[in-house]
Design a binder for this molecule. Structure first.
Ligand SMILES: CC(=O)[C@@H](O)[C@H](O)COP(=O)(O)O
Ligand SMILES: NCC(=O)COP(=O)(O)O
Length: 246
């Protein structure tokens, strides 16, 4: 089975937050994504709520429960007490823990599983006790997978940023892809399932899927949102030209 697609709606929320208006609608576009075949929705609320607001989370939960009960909700973030209470309240199917500093512009590295074991182990145990599937954001490092497994998590999410960033240079991209593939193999051998995300786009997905056929899920937001704008622009201009009376 190919990897499932979870659509990250952070970029849509960021656009909405430019004005005190309800559009673009995070749940409205989430509905379009799920109706078009996406398998789930991802949010990554950050402490300053600069894109996803905590108030978006119950609305997305309700959208999935009421209209797409087979879809999954994936919430990503740093395991602060606020974040843990948010996920416990709104019950996503998957929680992805990411080692982001609050001031970070976006995610740019995975966990140090051995060095941060004392933080991760009790948090993973608490989330597992709550019935959540737990995934941990991970750099491409096959040697770290036994420590990842020892945290008690179910999955890792491979940080694909370095692969996405050099995709124009096929030799560099092949090297990054090989590191990701070796990490996925080590994770699977350790009993962890493997997700992937960050800077994935239509052009760099097929090679990733081919080299790591056992990927369980990819979460994609920035590139997918940019594509939605580009591919929807011509039809939108036609509607506005018509509204102008042409
Ligand atoms: C963990 C990860 O790679 C994504 O969640 C990414 O961080 C999206 O977050 P932003 O939308 O804040 O860039
Ligand atoms: N976990 C990665 C994610 O949700 C989306 O990352 P990006 O496509 O916005 O870079």
């Amino acid at each position: 089975m190919p990897a499932k697609l979870s659509v990250n709606v952070n970029a849509i929320a960021m656009l909405r937050n430019r004005r005190d208006l309800p559009w673009p609608s995070v749940t409205g576009l989430g509905r379009i994504a799920l109706a078009a075949g996406a398998h789930g929705l991802t949010v990554h609320p950050r402490p300053d709520q600069r894109h996803i607001r905590f108030s978006d989370v119950p609305e997305i939960r309700a959208l999935i429960d009421d209209e797409f009960p087979k879809a999954e909700f994936n919430i990503e973030g740093y395991p602060s007490e606020d974040f843990l209470q948010l996920v416990e309240k709104h019950q996503p199917e998957q929680v992805t823990l990411v080692p982001d500093d609050p001031s970070q512009a976006t995610s740019d590295h995975g966990w140090d599983f051995a060095g941060q074991a004392s933080l991760l182990k009790p948090v993973v145990a608490r989330l597992k006790k709550g019935g959540f599937r737990v995934s941990l954001f991970s750099d491409a490092d096959p040697a770290a997978m036994s420590a990842a497994r020892d945290t008690g998590a179910d999955r890792i999410e491979l940080f694909t940023g370095p692969y996405g960033a050099c995709f124009d240079d096929s030799a560099k991209a092949a090297k990054e892809l090989e590191k990701l593939a070796k990490t996925a193999e080590a994770a699977l051998a350790a009993g962890l399932a493997v997700n992937a995300g960050h800077d994935l786009v239509v052009d760099n997905l097929p090679l990733l899927m081919k080299r790591i056929p056992k990927l369980a899920e990819v979460s994609i937001g920035h590139g997918l949102t940019a594509d939605a704008l580009e591919h929807g622009m011509a039809g939108t201009i036609r509607r506005y030209i018509k509204a102008c009376g042409w």
